[in-house]
Ligand binder design. Structure first.
Ligand SMILES: O=C[C@H](O)[C@H](O)COP(=O)(O)O
Ligand SMILES: C=C(OP(=O)(O)O)C(=O)O
Length: 359
C-alpha cells in the first residue's frame, strides 16, 4: 500500500524562481547606486545618533506600479531634496510589497502586470531595476520589508526599512530586521498599540538565528548581529491619531522605560489622517510646530505622495490607468507635497538656527 500523501495538499504548483545571485547578475549594483545607498544609510544613522540635527522624510507613492511615473516622481523629488537638504533628508518611498487587510493587489513584485498573472520572477527583476534607477538619481530609497526572503534580492539597494503595522508583532519580521543593513522603523499596530513596536525594537536589536535563503537560493541558517537602529513609527490606529503632543510624550515615556533611544517617526498618512490625504499637510504642520517648540524626539516624518492627488482602482483595461496616480492608498499630489516640504523647511531652518545659537 503506498503511503497516503500528506503534504502540499493546498499547493497548486511550485514554479521556478531565479536565485538572488541570478537576479543580481541581470541587474548588478553600480558604483553610483552603491554610493547613494551608503550615503543614505549613513545620514539616517547620523540623524538617529543625533550627530546630524536634520529630520528625515520618507516620501513617495503608497506603492509603485508604473516605473515611468515612478522615475518621473523621483526626478522631481531629487530636485526638491537638494533644495531643502540643509534641514531635511528626503528618502523616496519605494514600496513594492503591500500587506492587505484582507485581499487586493499585493504589489509590483507579486503581480507586476496587475492582471493576476503573478509573475514574481519578473516582478523581482523589474523592482531591482527600478530601485537601481532611483539610486542612480542620487535619491536614497525606503521600503516596507514584508516577504522575509525578499531582502536577499534587493536589500542592497535600500537605505531605510519599515516593518508595517500588520507585522511589527511578527517574530519572523523582527528576526529579519535584526539582520537588515538599514535603520528599521517599526509601526505601531493597526489598533494603535505601541508596545508591539517597542518590543520589536528590543527583539531586533539582539542577534537571532533563523531559516532563510542564501544568494544561491539554497536554504540557509541566517545568523544575525542585531540592528541597533530600530525606532518607532507612529501611524495612529483604531480611529485615533497619535501624533499629538500627549501621544508623543507617552511614546517618549515608553521608549525611556524600555531604555531605548528617543527616536520617533510620525507617519502623516494612514490612521493619523484617517487615510484622507488632504489632512496630511495638517499633520505635518502640527509636528513641525512641535519641533519648533522644542521637541527633540521626532527625527522623521512619512508622507504618502504621488504626482496626482487621490487614488484609482485598477481597471481591467490598463490603458485606462491615470498617469502618476496611486492604485493603493490615496496620496497628496506633487504640488501639495512640494508645498508641505518647503513650508516645513522654512520653519525648521529658523528653529535649527535658533537652536545652534542657544547651544
Ligand atoms: O498603505 C497601504 C495600505 O494601507 C495597506 O496596505 C492596507 O491596505 P488595505 O486595507 O487597502 O488592504
Ligand atoms: C501599509 C502601510 O502602512 P501601515 O503598516 O501603517 O498600515 C504603508 O505604509 O504602506
Amino acid at each position: 500500500m503506498p503511503v497516503a500523501k500528506t503534504e502540499n495538499l493546498n499547493i497548486a504548483a511550485l514554479d521556478h524562481m531565479p536565485s538572488p545571485e541570478e537576479i543580481k547578475a541581470r541587474v548588478p549594483l553600480t558604483e553610483r547606486a552603491a554610493d547613494t545607498v551608503l550615503a543614505g544609510r549613513r545620514a539616517l544613522a547620523d540623524i538617529l545618533d543625533r550627530k546630524d540635527n536634520r529630520i528625515f522624510v520618507v516620501v513617495g507613492p503608497c506603492s509603485i506600479h508604473d516605473p515611468v511615473a515612478g522615475v518621473d516622481y523621483a526626478r522631481r523629488l531629487k530636485a526638491l531634496a537638494d533644495e531643502v537638504s540643509e534641514t531635511m533628508l528626503l528618502v523616496m518611498r519605494v514600496y513594492f510589497e503591500k500587506p492587505r487587510t484582507s485581499t487586493g493587489w499585493k504589489g509590483y513584485i507579486n503581480d507586476p502586470y496587475m492582471d493576476d498573472s503573478f509573475r514574481i520572477d519578473e516582478g523581482m527583476e523589474k523592482a531591482r531595476r527600478f530601485l537601481m534607477d532611483i539610486n542612480e538619481t542620487g535619491l536614497p530609497a525606503a521600503t516596507e520589508a514584508l516577504d522575509p526572503i525578499a531582502p536577499q534580492y534587493y536589500g542592497d539597494l535600500i537605505s531605510w526599512t519599515a516593518i508595517g503595522a500588520r507585522t511589527s508583532e511578527s517574530q519572523t519580521h523582527r528576526e529579519m530586521s535584526s539582520g537588515l543593513s538599514t535603520p528599521v522603523g517599526f509601526k505601531n499596530a493597526t489598533d494603535g498599540d505601541l508596545d508591539v513596536a517597542i518590543n520589536a525594537i528590543v527583539s531586533a536589536s539582539h542577534p537571532h538565528s533563523f531559516l532563510g535563503i542564501n544568494g544561491k537560493g539554497q536554504s540557509a541558517i541566517l545568523r544575525t548581529r542585531g540592528n541597533r537602529y530600530g525606532h518607532v513609527v507612529l501611524r495612529g490606529g483604531a480611529g485615533r491619531p497619535n501624533y499629538d503632543t500627549v501621544s508623543i510624550s507617552l511614546a517618549e515615556q515608553a521608549l525611556a522605560k524600555a531604555k531605548l533611544p528617543q527616536n520617533i517617526v510620525v507617519d502623516c498618512s494612514h490612521a493619523n489622517s484617517w487615510k484622507k490625504p488632504e489632512l496630511q499637510p495638517l499633520v505635518m504642520k502640527d509636528v513641525i510646530h512641535q519641533i519648533r517648540e522644542g521637541n527633540r524626539s521626532v527625527v522623521g516624518l512619512m508622507i504618502e505622495s504621488f504626482i496626482e492627488a487621490g487614488n484609482q482602482s485598477i481597471p481591467s483595461d490598463l490603458s485606462q490607468l491615470k498617469y502618476g496616480c496611486s492604485v493603493t492608498d490615496a496620496c497628496v499630489g506633487w504640488d501639495t507635497t512640494a508645498d508641505m516640504i518647503r513650508k516645513a523647511h522654512n520653519v525648521l531652518r529658523e528653529a535649527l538656527q535658533g537652536r545652534s545659537r542657544a547651544e
